[in-house]
Design a protein around this ligand. Sequence first.
Ligand SMILES: [Zn+2]
Ligand SMILES: [Zn+2]
Length: 387
Amino acid sequence: MAEPRASPEDSLTRLHPEPPSLAEAQTAIPTGIVQQAVLNFENRIASHSPSDDITLIERSLTNVDNLIRTGDTYAGHLRLAEALSLSHLTTGLINFLRDHDNMYRCAVRSRHAANIASPDMDLLTRVDRRLVNLRNVYSLNIITETRSPHAWQRMRAQGQFEREIRELGAALQDETIRILLRMDTLLPHLAEPVEMENIGPDHDIDDFGREIQLSAADAKLQEGNALGQEVDEHDHTRRCCICLEAYHGPEHPAFFLTRCGHIVGKPCMANWLNSTARNANLCPHCRTPQCARRPRRPVRRSLAEREEQGELELRLRRSGDLMRSVSEIHGCLYGREAVRDWFDDAMRALNERFFFEGVGFVFVADESTEVGWRLRRADWGAAAMLD
Ligand SMILES: [Zn+2]
Ligand SMILES: [Zn+2]
């Protein structure tokens, strides 16, 4: 009598290294019908994509449910199918053997996919592959024991599953931090005013006044400075009220404003009139309007930035989905209550790292969502004051 190909001792590390060969299958099940079934299976497995694996695994789990209903065990059923000769194999048994092989090969293939992941591969893809493998190994262990509690108790006792779950969780946390830090630089913080840009041609400073000579006043100022005397900082005839420098030479000549008669440094006034400040059309001294304010509009982010933001939001959602998958497999092994605690701990750890690494987001408890948490913009200043 042949041993079942996936023994209950199979684990993440002790999985059969290769799928059973056709010759091996023929020795184990020496019947023409099964040989035909295996050949059909080989053809299907060659053409189906790994994304179908989950369907195959679910079918195996359905088989297990049916066996439980009829009071049979998976291992017993497998031995029966392998021991029976050609004429005694029913369609049901052939299907059962085929599904068992599918299940087994899915697990082997997923382990291979997880192992070949290279470090330069996208982190979320790597996590996804390891997670799929973890699930398959778990399913295989459960299936081969017809869902006896011993399989998951043994998995739970083996530290490697917990280590794997913790590693995947930590990798997802790191990636979440990276995504949010990048998002921070793209999205203006809620507290920041909307950045504006001017539209239309620049103002020409020469339309607003004329250069004048103030060499005498300038000389007097230099003299006063040398003697350590108090000089009126606000005397517009002595210094420019924008940069607080004395007027000098062709680089910073005194400029007489026609509208109000105030004097200001020419290049400073030209910059001021064309700045994006809300009151850039006023005299910096007396606030007399010099002209109409140049029209402005909020700065539109570039197409590339908007695309990157969309990409980051997708990655964040994907990371969240993977986090939920990690918590699901965690729940299968350690129970639902343990998962809730684990998830809460993970969110709290993330919030601490957000704070210390300057990420402008925070997870807040939200009972209306399935996971009980949602992400929102952080106001660390206010939070620090509350503490
Ligand atoms: Zn100036
Ligand atoms: Zn003025």
